[in-house]
Ligand binder design. Structure first.
Ligand code: PMP
Length: 365
């Protein structure tokens, strides 16, 4: 039978499998599998959604101008150098489509966010992986793998699922040593959570280099994951290329309205940062205290390593925690089958996770 066949690289893609949803029926369930904020959205964003409801028969303003201006005002950026996407996944996809042609390479590091592989293949390109050291991107390893075919280097900083980050000096070294025709994509989805003085999300590098672009999202600290809203800040020529290929109304009026209110609610974001500053070290310490390895994280999640032993494996821990209404994320698709990723939750969720992990470790001795 003859039928339409997709381009070969499309069939090389293993479709992205999101973290489990919170299964009903196990009493109170905490979804700690997708790095969403435990504080929820800004109440002002929810109100903005209600207030715009009567507008939904009308197409959105195509360039998301009001939202770009609100972001520009908050981060002191030129709105003309911002583009909005339906989640930063959409921006990553546009970048790959715009810059990676058939046979050309998208480069990223070993435990880098999975979308880089997917969008490279979707564009017809070839994914190239650089090894990491201590679950952290390695600038030298990345630079060594740059070839004449490399079009984009993707770097999540901080990275998901490891929670590791590269200090500003290392990211600058990467930018300075890349050939000028290679685009460096700094994916700063978790930037707001990082409180280290040696961290920089990428704005300074975008302003310095013609081949650096930064991506951001409203899905994480801003609490708007369900609305699908992300953005990029880059040189004019990159933003221009992306604007040419994005779909004309890729951002809904609802997402725009909520985004404007969310970005202006500074107090809500400060509360989320404070919550994370308290519970990230607490969870790291408590889980380590149970004898489990926890990768050092600067984001709103931790990767916990389980022993490769029957009765104590990550898969068994996952089942045990799920039965207690605690939904974590297996990261086997990253080649980290002995880890589970845990999103920092509300206090009750965090306490329950530690208690449940304590029982798991005790029961299976
Ligand atoms: N980058 C990283 C590093 C992420 O972890 C995620 C969310 N899983 C994204 C980008 C995409 O987020 P969104 O499309 O919701 O903006």
């Amino acid at each position: 039978m003859t039928r339409p066949v997709p381009r070969p690289t499309v069939l090389e893609i293993d479709a992205y499998v999101p973290g489990k949803s919170a299964a009903p029926g196990a009493g109170r369930v905490f979804k700690l599998s997708a790095n969403e904020t435990p504080l929820g959205p800004s109440p002002a964003a929810v109100q903005a959604l209600r207030d715009m409801a009567h507008e939904i028969a009308i197409y959105p303003e195509g360039s998301s101008r009001v939202l770009r201006e609100a972001i520009g005002a908050h981060y002191a950026l030129d709105p003309a150098r911002i583009i909005m996407g339906a989640g930063s996944d959409n921006i990553l996809e546009l970048l790959a489509l715009a810059y990676i042609g058939p046979g050309e390479e998208g480069l990223y590091s070993q435990y880098g966010f999975l979308e880089y592989k997917i969008v490279t293949l979707a564009a017809g390109g070839v994914p190239v992986v650089a090894p990491e050291k201590h679950f952290t991107a390695d600038v030298d390893a990345l630079l060594e793998r740059v070839t004449e075919k490399t079009k984009i280097v993707f770097l999540a900083n901080p990275n998901n699922p490891t929670g590791s980050y590269l200090p500003a000096s290392e990211v600058a070294r990467l930018a300075e040593n890349l050939p000028p025709q290679v685009l460096l994509v700094l994916d700063a989805a978790y930037a707001e959570y990082v409180v280290r003085p040696d961290y920089e999300a990428g704005i300074a590098l975008v302003d310095k280099h013609e081949n650096v672009v930064m991506t951001r999202t409203f899905s994480k600290i801003y609490g708007l994951a369900g609305l699908r809203l992300g953005w990029a800040y880059g040189p004019r020529h990159v933003i221009d290329a992306l604007n040419r290929i994005r779909s004309p109304f890729n951002i809904s009026t609802a997402a725009s309205a909520a985004g404007v209110a969310a970005v202006q609610d500074v107090a809500h974001i400060q509360a989320a940062v404070a919550h994370n500053e308290k519970w990230l070290p607490w969870l790291t310490r408590e889980v380590r205290g149970l004898g489990l390895e926890v990768l050092p994280s600067v984001a709103n999640f931790i990767a916990i390593r389980f022993p490769d032993r029957p009765g104590r494996s990550a898969a068994e821990a996952d089942r045990f925690l799920t039965s207690r209404g605690l939904v974590l994320r297996g990261v086997g698709s990253y080649g980290m089958a002995d880890f589970l990723r845990l999103t920092i939750g509300v206090e009750e969720a965090n306490q329950r996770v530690v208690a449940a992990l304590g029982d798991f470790m005790a029961e299976t001795k």
